[in-house]
Design a protein around this ligand. Sequence first.
Ligand code: NAG
Length: 368
Amino acid sequence: MNALPLLIAFTLQCLTTLAQRVVLADIWKPPNPSSTAVSSRQDSFGAALTQKPDKTMYWINITTGTPGQPQSLQLDTGSRSLWVAAKGSSLCSSSLVDCADLGSFDSSKSATFDDADQTNTISYGDGTSVSGEWFYDTVQIDGHTVTNQLATLGTTGSGVKEGVLGIGFPASYPTLNHNLAAQGVIASNKYSIWLNDLEAPGGAILFGGLDLSKFVAPLLRVPVVGSTNADASVAYNQPTVELTRVSTLNGITITTQTSPGYSENAILDTGTTLTVLPKSLADTIIDAMGAQYYPSASTSGNTIISCSQADEDLSINFHFGSKAEPTINVDISQMVLQGLGQLNGVEMCQFGLYSSDGSYPTTLGESH
Ligand SMILES: *[C@@H]1O[C@H](CO)[C@@H](O)[C@H](O)[C@H]1NC(C)=O
């Protein structure tokens, strides 16, 4: 029994790191980024998303080249670049990307490959990066084709685990979803994402429209606002909305955790694993949900929670817009992530909340 604390300390090391797919680069604001008109289904198509086994992200399958070579990529609303791992590159051989399972791209086997002859490095907000060459080629999602898509053929990198399909706002070149609309495959450049349940194997993205079966009417709109990132050059890079209240629900008791007049910009990012809130707000939610910091001496960063809290009648409510409507109600079970082992005889799980001391912007990650 005495050996247990050591074992605990060891197993608890495997906390999911805050993987944040946010690109720092110059951007171009699209003419109408907040357009959310509902379109009919024939103008759109859906693609399945697979939840990564560790539940930290969602994969989408695409093919690149002619004939198409399959890749499973992270779907990321928080960045805007498409990159695939080059077959035989150090990304595959260094075990950064599991190319055997997730696919890679052999440009020499594609009849439509067009080397742009220019190197590119994509750096993400969590410090990971990938480098390679720009290229143009045909890309397909679920049999729907975009030609001459600009992408990066990744050859070296640090910290990255899979290629990324970034569907944030386009920069100086069109994202894949933008090209789907520009090339007439879908009616307009909009999409809706359904991430389903934490325990579900996957969700779906609908390019070009809104799946009316995936939500309970009415559909409420909130304006897209500037990014929280202090670097003005990244404004509008990521879908960002105004968070106007956060409350917790314990049984039937609602407690507002923010002060009157509270307003904060929050990035909606499928590519960030956890929900990131500023420390002052995170502290009150940690208390209300019965979570704690890990390591226990820390006062910001990762949090853990007894796994059995997932069964409690607790939730966190995020309110948006000037009237604090709509509200997204996140049941605590959706925030209780991977098991980490025992602490003082209690099974502990990672809590999907990251308390930021200012180093990360407020982000509603894929735990929503
Ligand atoms: C994506 O591709 C992988 C590898 O080919 C396959 O195992 C998986 O079933 C595909 N996922 C979907 C949702 O089609």
